[in-house]
Design a protein around this ligand. Structure first.
Ligand code: HEC
Length: 129
């Protein structure tokens, strides 16, 4: 017999027909990024509320998909794109560039396959350009 809580988590994590990006965020991102997306400095977890500067370049936009917590999350490209767009519109109202185009499943699929070995170094390079 499977415990009801475990069953509920497995059902929620599976590819259900109706994806809910907020629920996916809570399941797959909150463990490190808190429900508010604020930084956890003691654990080197950056804020998800100031992503605007990264979105200004193609490299930065791609970096956001390539960080390990994003690229390796057990979610389809489509659901992951929806979670990223949810993060942008709900947490980044203040810093989001006016011309922000929502992530597509194809874009996410291509970017997440490019291994990112040193996220912090790549991030510093992107923001210093
Ligand atoms: C196991 C902890 C963990 C989980 C789970 C996680 N992240 Fe992260 N995230 C981090 C850490 C730590 C970093 C800093 C880069 C690094 O060291 O990988 C980061 C970096 C990021 C960044 C880059 C922010 C910046 O300013 O550089 C984004 C965007 C992000 N995460 C989004 C997400 C989303 C969306 C999810 C859920 C799909 C998620 N993360 C799941 C720990 C996590």
């Amino acid at each position: 017999m499977m415990r009801p809580l475990l069953l509920a988590v497995l059902l929620a994590a599976g590819n259900c027909a109706v994806a809910d990006p907020h629920a996916d965020y809570l399941l797959f991102c909150r463990g490190c990024h808190l429900h508010t997306g604020e930084a956890v400095l003691a654990a080197n977890v950056p804020s998800l509320r100031e992503l605007g500067p990264l979105l200004k370049s193609e490299e930065g936009r791609e970096y956001i998909v390539r960080v390990p917590g994003v690229s390796q999350t057990p979610m389809s490209d489509e659901r992951l794109a929806a979670v990223l767009n949810w993060v942008m519109t709900n947490f980044n109202g203040d810093t989001l560039p006016d011309n922000f185009k929502p992530y597509t499943a194809d874009e996410v699929g291509n970017a997440r396959r490019k291994l990112l070995l040193d996220p912090l170094k790549t991030r510093a390079e992107i923001l210093s350009d």
